[in-house]
Design a protein around this ligand. Structure first.
Ligand code: ZN
Length: 326
């Protein structure tokens, strides 16, 4: 009873503070939350990804304390100067199967809209390179992971903490490898893990994407192969941006208007050239992975998105308000 009472007080506090922010000259703003994978249960190797129980309380909080809008509708309301206070949109990047299997039922339970930015080259296909690393680091036997033949190094897999450190280090150093070197790493790891590696069915199938679309989940683009755009030459970057859009449009039979940059850090992962390419390709907006509010006069091709890491509903909600008010 007390717990429920406290949570109601916290929710009222979040709404009140959110309304005050809008009244204090920071109205007509949008906050966009950004998820990737949803896990069936907690995983010590993937502490930054929410499990479905965590995702569920977060959605309950958003449904009760925020005005959650479909992203395209929110941008239209922003242009018209008509966003409600506490305006928020929910997004998922990369196109994980768990968005369909685990998140969609929760979204439907709370009547929440969302947008999924799909990496078109991974639909129903090979897992993403970062998941191949996770798979290998999780399942290889205890010992050293020797990648010196790839000019990388030798990494410890002796304890859970060592595996976590290895995962973080390998993921970070692979992000900025040229695509061919990254592929060589993934192939090497897959060969070490053995049978069936690299095809574990973590990503959405075409049928699931169509089903998300039928349930009103908007599909956005996220390139074909999820490269760091600044690591490509202009022709390659343009091809990734344009073909990612065209492949999804062919599948859905309708225009895809929203884009999210892979990795999403402005100046590091993409720059003004890629923003211009996104505009020329026909996208009406493009999203980063940096926290902050979206305002009417901000750059429509570098829109803020992030996800609070807080463990309690109150702190989670207050951080979203802080980003809205920033
Ligand atoms: Zn991504």
């Amino acid at each position: 009873m007390t717990v429920l009472h406290n949570s109601r007080i916290n929710e009222r506090l979040i709404r009140t503070v959110g309304n005050a922010i809008a009244l204090a000259g920071r109205g007509n703003r949008l906050c966009v939350v950004n998820y990737h994978r949803i896990l069936a249960g907690p995983d010590p190797m993937l502490e930054s990804e929410p499990d479905v129980a965590t995702f569920r309380w977060q959605m309950a909080l958003l449904a009760r304390c925020f005005n959650v809008l479909p992203l395209s509708a929110a941008l239209a309301a922003l242009d018209a100067g008509k966003l409600p206070p506490r305006a928020l949109s929910i997004t998922f990047d990369d196109g994980y199967r768990s968005v369909h299997d685990l998140a969609l039922p929760v979204l439907r339970e709370f009547g929440l809209p969302a947008t999924v930015f799909v990496t078109s080259g991974h639909i129903g296909d090979r897992d993403m390179w970062n998941d191949c690393i996770i798979e290998a680091v999780q399942h290889l036997p205890a010992g050293q992971l020797d990648l010196r033949h790839l000019d990388m190094g030798s990494y410890s897999l002796h304890t859970l903490d060592a595996r976590k450190a290895t995962l973080a280090e390998l993921t970070e150093s692979s992000k900025y490898l040229p695509p061919t070197a990254r592929l060589a790493l993934v192939d090497s790891l897959s060969a070490m893990v053995g049978e069936g590696a690299g095809a574990h069915g973590l990503m959405l199938t075409a049928e699931m994407i169509l089903n998300l679309d039928r349930h009103g989940i908007e599909i956005g683009a996220h390139t074909v192969s999820h490269p760091i755009l600044t690591s490509l030459n202009d022709d390659e970057a343009r091809r990734e941006i344009v073909a990612g859009k065209e492949q999804l449009e062919a599948m859905l039979g309708k225009p895809v208007r929203l884009f999210a940059y892979p990795n999403g850090k402005a100046g590091k992962d993409f720059d003004a050239r890629h923003a211009a390419m996104a505009r020329e390709a026909g996208f009406v907006a493009a999203f980063t992975t940096e926290p902050g509010p979206i305002t009417k006069h901000g750059n429509r091709y570098a829109l803020a998105r992030s996800r609070p890491w807080d463990q309690t509903p109150l702190m989670f909600g207050l951080r979203l308000l802080r980003w809205l008010a920033a």
